[in-house]
Design a protein around this ligand. Structure first.
Ligand code: SF4
Length: 85
């Protein structure tokens, strides 16, 4: 049996979408406002968090994690019950 493990960069390349909490600065960099670092990101740069990055003038961010087994929107107890089953 073979196991294939993706690098973080490979996962981010396929599991991202454009974020909303940013603006384009006059010099072309992006300013991310998702946390207190307020990273100014030139083309191709990754933020301090290592998961948000500037790709072609768009701030790409990770997709939300899929729900856990048994988890429904707002039902964390269901997720815990499902984890024990
Ligand atoms: S550390 Fe990440 S989330 Fe925070 S401002 Fe920088 S890019 Fe955005």
């Amino acid at each position: 049996m073979k196991f294939f493990m993706s690098t973080l960069a490979e996962v981010l390349a396929r599991e991202t979408r454009e974020g909303e909490l940013y603006e384009t600065l006059s010099d072309g960099r992006l300013r991310c406002y998702a946390c207190g670092h307020c990273c100014p990101l030139p083309e191709g740069a990754v933020g301090v968090c290592k998961v948000r990055f500037n790709e072609s003038g768009r701030l790409l961010v990770p997709l939300p994690a899929p729900p856990l087994d048994g988890e429904r929107r707002g039902d964390r107890a269901g997720a815990r019950r499902g984890a024990r089953a």
